[in-house]
Design a protein around this ligand. Structure first.
Ligand code: F6R
Length: 611
């Protein structure tokens, strides 16, 4: 969703802003803009791609400026609504602001500012921030004070960056509920909502905390906490690689990220394999203490991360024998649930900033849950920072909107959690621990072998390209994989797809089956295989076309109306990790045939930071 970048330096920062904005494109946006300071505030905005903004900004140059990619919430996709917003007037801008988040009391502020004589030129909530800063700047002649007074009047969530015509050597930034970081350079400083936007200039970053306000010059940064006291925040060296932000030889980030899964998995399990044991400390220094107190697990997540949670329920209950519930974050936060302080709240989030998941965690904490674990792919993001324990997956930056390598590494983390809890609870024999370690060691190779099935899957995809609907079936631990397959197909190819536990077919969805309805079945050799085979007969008898992903031990043969792709290995308990690979590839190739924008599917954003 929306992205911020800003720079203050002793060189022309316009190329830095443009490059930063193009690094933020993956988050999803519909318009972009920059504002820079010279003798006046110069602003350029464009609907559509950053490339269009770059074209319009040719010839612009400055030592200080702010930029933004906007994903419309308040007001349509128009140039007027694109950021930066300015005050007091469009013709004579003295203040420019970019903003991520939502100002909840913007109607009230709009009325007040209108009464004070300010005119509004957009439908956004952000314009009230520009006018408020101008209003207070008039009174204080101090940009930092003006921003502090402004945010004291805002309710909602924000990350903002502000420049003022009278202060060509200062930028003021603030955050509450939306991520914002400062990039530290040599004689230059930067601000961004996402580290990728500043990486080409610096790796040294400070993550601002909620309530922080900071004043940046090219020479230094001063940060104030929510009590407005000067505060020191830790400097980090980002390990996000520039290569992970480039396409390399691939056509799409989704394709690249599908193929990166063996590497992502082996990076995620590296510490575990080095130790040769499942160590509780992998989840944090307090993990042993917390794990000894809990009696159940509640997983909260959204979308693909929720399906990782559904898969984990099977592992947590069968391996660690710990009762586990999994809930969609946006539902949990508004439900009257019965809190259990002995329950471990596990949030799963690739980005670590999904608003629904963050708010669900806060809701659980308000209800008295004190034990929380975040499984997350982005260092220092909001959700891990609000949790007592954290396990970082090491998938590397995920740019494609459709999550792939984040999902498989989440599954790895959750499997490690299940085995570690089993060990803590005295349920794991040394022989079993070694067996699970060996399973984990082998999964990387098995995933690579599954990736080699791509040519066959590409052929299958041809039979989906002209379809409007598809059904995905699975049973047990593979039902969430069927759900993930259906989600992948619908979000990037726009083919309507639904997943059912195969045993449910006869209770309704079988009515949909005919020769125009491809039915994808996840059918590895497990205790439910014979049941799945009978469910498949129900489809076959009605003329349905079956596309079966089996494994080495499933003993399926292709026949009229039954297409079979077999992964050459059976990987036992880790089988969901193997079987998600072919459904990712199927969705990718079906989307290519449909000609959709694979990495940026319509209406979707990478990080969903609004409700
Ligand atoms: C689907 C997808 C989304 C995300 C969901 C949660 O491919 O990527 O469903 O899984 O928006 O995002 P995170 O994991 O960042 O909390």
């Amino acid at each position: 969703m929306c992205g911020i970048v800003g720079a203050i330096a002793q060189r022309n920062i316009v190329p830095i802003l443009i490059e930063g904005l193009s690094r933020l494109e993956y988050r999803g946006y519909d318009s972009a803009g920059i504002a820079v300071l010279n003798q006046q505030i110069e602003r350029v905005r464009a609907v559509g791609r950053v490339a269009e903004l770059e074209r319009k900004a040719q010839g612009l140059s400055s030592f200080i400026g702010i930029g933004h990619t906007r994903w419309a919430t308040h007001g349509g996709v128009t140039e007027q609504n694109a950021h930066p917003h300015v005050s007091p007037t469009q013709d004579n801008p003295q203040i420019a602001v970019v903003h991520n988040g939502i100002i909840e009391n913007h109607d009230e502020q709009r009325d007040r500012l209108t009464a004070l004589g300010y005119a509004f030129h957009s439908q956004t909530d952000t314009e009230v921030i520009a006018h408020l800063v101008h209003y207070y700047y008039q009174q204080t002649r101090d940009l930092l004070q003006a921003v502090k007074l402004t945010i004291s009047e805002l309710t909602g969530a924000y990350a903002i960056s502000v420049i003022a015509l009278e202060n060509p050597t200062q930028m003021v930034v603030a955050r509450l509920g939306c991520p914002l970081l400062i990039g530290l350079g040599d004689g230059e400083n930067f601000v961004a909502s996402d580290v990728s936007a500043v990486l080409s200039a610096t790796r040294r970053v400070i993550y601002l905390e909620d309530g922080d306000v900071a004043s940046l010059t090219s020479a230094g940064v001063v940060i104030y906490d929510k009590t407005l006291q000067v505060v020191e925040r830790k400097e980090h060296l980002s390990d996000v690689s520039l290569a992970s932000l480039e396409l390399g030889p691939y056509n799409h980030f989704m394709q690249k990220e599908i193929h990166e899964q063996p590497r992502a998995i082996s990076d995620t399990i590296e510490a575990l394999i080095d130790d040769g044991a499942f160590r509780t400390e992998l989840f944090g220094v307090e993990a042993a203490d917390i794990f000894s107190q809990i009696d159940s697990v509640l997983i909260l997540a959204a979308g693909t991360s929720y399906y990782a949670g559904l898969t984990a329920k099977y592992w947590l209950e069968s391996i660690a024998r710990i009762p586990t519930s999994v809930e969609i974050a946006s539902e949990y936060r508004y439900r009257e649930s019965v809190p259990n302080p002995k329950q471990l709240i596990v949030t799963i989030s690739q980005s670590g900033e999904t608003l629904d998941t963050m708010e669900a965690l806060k809701h659980a904490q308000k209800l008295g849950h004190t034990h929380s674990l975040a499984i997350c792919n982005v260092q220092e993001s909001a959700i891990p920072r609000a949790s007592s324990l954290v396990f970082y997956t090491r998938a590397g930056a995920e740019i494609g909107v459709a999550s792939t390598k984040a999902f498989t590494t989440q599954l790895i983390a959750l499997f490690v959690l299940a085995v570690t809890l089993a060990k803590e609870r005295g349920l794991l024999s040394p022989a079993q621990e070694l067996a699970y370690l060996s399973d984990l060691r082998q999964v990387t190779g098995s995933v690579q072998i599954a990736l080699n099935l791509e040519p066959q899957i590409r052929e299958w995809a041809k039979q989906f390209g002209d379809k409007e609907h598809a059904l995905f079936l699975g049973r047990g631990v593979h039902f969430p994989i069927a759900m993930e397959g259906a989600l992948k197909l619908k979000e990037i190819s726009y083919i309507h797809a639904e997943a059912y536990p195969a045993g449910e077919l006869k209770h309704g969805p079988l009515a949909l089956v005919d020769s125009n309805m491809p039915v994808v079945v996840i059918a590895p050799n497990d205790v439910l295989l014979e049941k799945v085979k009978s469910n498949m007969q129900e489809v076959k008898a009605r003329g349905g076309q079956l596309f079966v992903f089996a494994d080495a031990d499933s003993h399926f043969n292709a026949s009229e109306g039954v297409h079979v792709i077999r992964t050459p290995r059976h990987v036992g308990v880790l089988s969901p990790i193997l079987h998600v690979i072919p459904v990712q590839l199927l969705a990718y190739h079906a989307a290519l045939l449909k000609g959709t924008d694979v990495d940026k599917p319509r209406n979707l954003a990478k990080s969903v930071t609004v409700e």
